[in-house]
Design a protein around this ligand. Structure first.
Ligand SMILES: C[S@@+](CC[C@H](N)C(=O)[O-])C[C@H]1O[C@@H](n2cnc3c(N)ncnc32)[C@H](O)[C@@H]1O
Length: 425
């Protein structure tokens, strides 16, 4: 979108795209967008026949944000950005920490007084937090003083993994963000893994990703957060399950390195009934690992530190959202530990974002990518990488590893970066 479009031009474009979106949704028999709890999650399916629908939706998101910022004007826009962000967060902290969402029925309402009594937070703070959240369509007030859920806030009741995702953002990441200035003063531009803002926030020298994932601060909520990320939108596992030739491996063995509680392997095992999986991670994740009973003969958990030599010879090694948590040398080290176990032709599948130049993606995508890149940099001293940067990681790991190809499913923010081991190279 050009910087010089007029209000009327942007509004006309939004209007045209909104009509087109609404008609396409109706033609496909899908529910129209709504804030109502009873209308469910209203996710638009993937597939070629929904392409136009997604394109209109992306255009509206991009243009509506521009229109909003434009009419707000530079002074108000610049002034409110930081203070709104801060207190969007403080409202979420009240809601999460005091579990305000639990005291509002999905099919009715509760008064501020009722919610306050049950949660133990006073009425004043309860009202402040919920009314602020309402400005983001999280809860609403169908009549003064009575609070009901919207489709978004209802996720806090219906989806325990979403609650963990929110808890991870507020309990693990927010303290790191709040300690960023201190971290810059203490460590400058250091890229050492344990010089991150997470280290400063929690006063630890451990590797920050291992520290957070092991539940030192938060118990098991990190695994729930990762499961939630694996079933929503652009990070949904289905993009990877459906868009890579997993049949190539026949009845082979796949190791899911640092696979968390195994959500991707479980989805793959369900879809490809001959494949076998070992999910490796730190022992803490093993405590929460549980494969459905009908898959238990093909999928198991093994406690393994990925900075130690890989003990299993397999056809492929999946690393989903692993190297982006680590700086370059540590990332190459993780790959290097796989090599002694690899047969000629074995593959490493890095399931990661491949960063593009900003002018090649829409504004909502730019915001997604820059957010995850900042998240990795701030919380873990990690890094989201371009294709050239991924090639460097692979080359530095071992000269016999070759980046063979990159497959990026439509609307997925994760690509499959396929790396092949050539024993004789
Ligand atoms: C961002 S999560 C990704 C998990 C999983 N691959 C997924 O996509 O949901 C990073 C994972 O790395 C694991 N991890 C951190 N340090 C590790 C280590 N030294 N050895 C093995 N796993 C480790 C964490 O426990 C966590 O499950």
């Amino acid at each position: 979108m050009s910087q010089s479009q007029s209000l009327k031009e942007i509004a006309a474009s939004i209007s045209a795209n909104a009509s087109s979106l609404s008609e396409l949704i109706e033609a496909k028999g899908l529910p129209q967008p709504s804030f109502s709890v009873s209308d469910g999650q209203q996710t638009i399916p993937d597939g070629k026949e929904f392409e136009q629908l997604h394109a209109s939706r992306t255009a509206i998101r991009e243009q509506a944000q521009i229109l909003l910022d434009l009419v707000t004007g530079p002074v108000e826009h610049a002034t409110t950005w930081s203070i709104y962000n801060n207190h969007d967060t403080s409202a979420l902290v009240f809601i999460y920490h005091c579990k305000l969402y639990q005291y509002i029925p999905l099919d009715g309402t509760a008064t501020f007084e009722e919610i306050a009594t049950k949660s133990g937070l006073d009425v004043h703070r309860t009202r402040l937090a919920l009314r602020h959240a309402m400005t983001r369509r999280f809860f609403y007030e169908p009549q003064p003083g009575h609070v009901a859920h919207t489709a978004a806030s209802a996720l806090l009741v219906k989806e325990p993994d979403f609650v963990d995702f929110l808890g991870h953002q507020l309990g693990d990441t927010l303290p790191a963000v709040a300690n960023l200035s201190k971290t810059i003063d203490k460590y400058g531009n250091s890229r050492e893994p344990n010089h991150s803002a997470t280290n400063v926030a929690f006063e630890t020298d451990e590797n920050p990703m291992s520290f957070i994932a092991a539940g030192a601060v938060s118990g098991p909520r990190f695994s729930g957060a990762m499961r939630w990320a694996g079933k929503t939108g652009s990070l949904d596992d289905s993009h990877i399950v459906e868009n890579y030739p997993w049949d190539d491996f026949g009845d082979g063995m796949i190791v899911d390195v640092a696979g968390g509680t195994g959500h991707l392997s479980i989805s793959l095992a369900q879809r490809y009934p001959k494949l076998k999986f070992i999910v490796q991670d730190l022992p803490q994740q093993g405590k929460e690992f549980s494969a459905p009973s009908h898959l238990q003969d093909r999928i198991q958990f093994m406690a393994h530190d990925m900075f130690q030599p890989q003990p299993v010879t397999a056809d492929a090694y999946i690393l989903r959202l692993i190297c982006h948590d680590w700086p370059d040398e540590a990332s190459s080290q993780i790959l290097r530990q796989l090599v002694p176990a690899m047969r000629d032709g074995a593959r490493i599948l890095l399931i990661e974002a491949v960063m593009l130049e900003p002018n090649r993606v829409s504004e909502p995508e730019r915001r997604f990518y820059s957010t995850t890149a900042l998240h990795m940099a701030v919380a873990y001293n990690g890094k989201e990488r371009t294709e050239a940067e991924w090639e460097n990681i692979v080359r530095n790991a071992d000269a016999r590893l070759k980046l063979n190809r990159i497959l990026t499913p439509r609307r997925s923010h994760c690509s499959v970066i396929e790396v092949v081991f050539h024993a004789g190279a």
